[in-house]
Design a protein around this ligand. Structure first.
Ligand code: AMP
Ligand code: MN
Ligand code: MN
Ligand code: MN
Length: 283
């Protein structure tokens, strides 16, 4: 009997802005019949040890990962995301740099809670941390807090009116360069994958040029499958991957109840990422 095996190479736990602990997330992946799952928390590998342990007890391969944000401005000024897979999550330079990134996130959050307070939405940094359950808070947690305090009806409204890039309540983080992100991943034994390139406000030609530029820095993969891709987007990104010789990766970007419409493995219902992607990506 042939049984197709499926995987998910982009997920978030409570160590960034997901609502499942690494153990719960790995269990959910197993329950969804996945053969492998990567934990790729934003700027942080602190959940990876727990995820690997859970992988052993539930009998599913867990890939140590991360999702790093970098500043990019050619020609569109944007934040791009680079997923690292197969990292040595104990690598000292990696831990040092992720700690610095987290400190900058805290600086931003202290400023951004003050900014939102000035705008008429009183909140303290401590309240934000309480909402996140830890002191690594992302804008998802702002949106949750704003709804809880009755400032907006929905999370979507919080993003649309106040906390998206360029809005009055948004304070940017100082981000590393793509080279810093890719070096950090490759120097800790990992492979660097361009995440969800359709989300950067670029056309396909701009995406192709960016991917080429990042390949010179050591990028080896790209997400050709992703929860929000339309069939045409999947086709075009796959075309770019083939043309440039980038390896195929894919993931749901699971965030638990913080993005309730996205399920682990299957995304919005139709996502399926074949196990052979994983074999291709292994360093
Ligand atoms: P931060 O890293 O703190 O700037 O927050 C970014 C996170 O906020 C992303 O990883 C998403 O999970 C979430 N996010 C960003 N934009 C939106 C949006 N329009 N709607 C819902 N969640 C969003
Ligand atoms: Mn997120
Ligand atoms: Mn992302
Ligand atoms: Mn993500």
């Amino acid at each position: 009997m042939i049984t197709d095996k499926y995987i998910d190479l982009h997920t978030h736990s409570t160590f960034s802005d997901g609502t499942y602990t690494p153990t719960q997330l790995v269990k959910a992946a197993k329950d969804a019949n996945l053969s492998a799952v990567a934990l790729t928390d934003h700027d942080c590998v602190d959940g990876v040890g727990e995820a690997l342990e859970a992988g052993k007890s539930f009998g599913i391969e867990v890939i140590p990962g991360i999702e790093l944000a970098a500043y990019y401005n050619n020609p569109v000024e944007t934040e791009i995301h680079i997923v690292g897979l197969f990292l040595d999550y104990t690598n000292e330079p990696l831990l040092k740099k992720t700690k610095e990134i987290m400190e900058e996130r805290t600086n931003r959050n202290i400023k951004m809670t003050a900014r939102l307070t000035e705008l008429g939405f009183p909140m303290t940094y401590d309240e934000l941390c309480a909402e996140a359950g830890r002191d690594s808070c992302s804008r998802t947690h702002y949106a949750n807090l704003m709804v809880k305090k009755g400032y907006t009806k929905t999370k979507k409204e919080a993003f649309q009116k106040y906390i998206s890039h360029g809005m009055a309540g948004f304070v940017p983080r100082v981000l590393p360069t793509p080279k810093e992100c890719i070096d950090l991943i490759t120097h800790s034994g990992g492979v660097a994958v361009l995440a969800h390139p359709t989300l950067y406000g670029m056309n396909y030609n701009q995406i192709r040029l960016m991917a080429k530029e990042l390949m010179l820095l050591g990028l080896t993969g790209i997400e050709v499958k992703y929860s929000t891709y339309k069939p045409e987007q999947e086709r075009e990104i796959t075309r770019i991957a083939t043309e440039l010789g980038l390896k195929s990766s894919g993931g749901s970007d699971f965030h638990g109840l913080n993005k309730p419409e996205i399920s682990i493995g299957t995304g919005r219902g139709r996502l399926c990422i074949p196990h052979y992607f994983l074999q291709g990506l292994r360093p």
